[in-house]
Write a protein that binds this ligand. Sequence first.
Ligand code: HEM
Length: 243
Amino acid sequence: MGVKQLHEKNQRKQWVDTVVWWITIVVSSVFSIYTLPFISGKFDIYKFLTINYFMGRIEEAGLHILRNVRLWQVHSVCALGYVVVAPSQFNSKWRNKHLLMHRRLGYVYAFFTVVASITGWMMIKHSELGPVALGLSRIMSPWCIITLVLSINAARRRDLQSHRRWMLRSAAIGYGVVYTRFLPGWISLMFSCKLDIALECSFFIVWGVNLLLLEIYIQMYLTDATKKRATKSIRQQEAKIVT
Ligand code: HEM
C-alpha cells in the first residue's frame, strides 16, 4: 500500500470513528433517560415501557419487574453508569490527553460491565423477552465479561492494540443491548410485524451484525498484519524517494 493510500485509509478510519462516536453519544443520552423509571422503581411509569404493555396485556405489564424490583434497579444503575462512562473511554483524542483518568475510569467501566452482565444473567429467568433474545443473552453475558478481562490483561501487559480490540468486542455486546431498545419499533413499522417478533429479530441483528461489522473494522484498521504491511510499504516508498 502506497503512502497516498495509507493516508486515505487513515482519513477513512477517522471518519468512521467520528461518526460511530457521535452515534454513541446520541444513543447513550437517550438511553440514560430510559433507565430512570427502572432506577426509581416507579411501577406507574416503567409498566408502559414493557413488551406486555405494547402487546395489549395491560394487567400483566411490569409485574415481572415489580416482583424483582431491586434486581432491576441494580442492573439499571449499572446500565446508566455504563452509558455515561463509555463514550469518553472510546474517544481517542480525550484518551490520549487524559491517560491517567482513562485508566481510572476503565476500572469504573469494568465494574459496571461486570455487575450489569451478572445481574442481566440473573434477570433472564424473570424476563418477558422471547427465546431468541434469552438464548443469546445467556451466551453474551459471560462473553462480555471474558472479552473485558482479556482486554484488561492486554492493557496490563502494555499490549495496547490487543487491549483496544478486546475492549471494542466487549463494548459491542454492551451497546448491542442498548440498540435492542431502539430497533424493534422501526422493524415493526417497516415489516408490519408484532413488537415481540421485532424484538427477537433486533437481538439477532444487533449482536450478529454489530459483532460482524466490528470484526471487519478490526481486520481493516486494527490488525498487526495491516499495520505491518502499511509500515513496510511506507519504508519502501521512503527508500524509493531517497534513491
Ligand atoms: C450482556 C449482558 C446483559 C444481559 C444478559 C442483560 C439482560 C437483561 C434482561 C434479561 C433484562 C430484562 C428484560 C425484561 O424486562 O424482560 C434486562 C433489562 C435491562 N437491561 Fe440488560 N442485560 C445486559 C447488559 C446490559 C447493559 C450493558 C445495559 C446498558 C448499558 C443494560 C440495560 C438494561 C436496562 C436499562 C434494563 C431494564 C429496562 C428494560 O427491560 O428494557 N443491560 N437486561
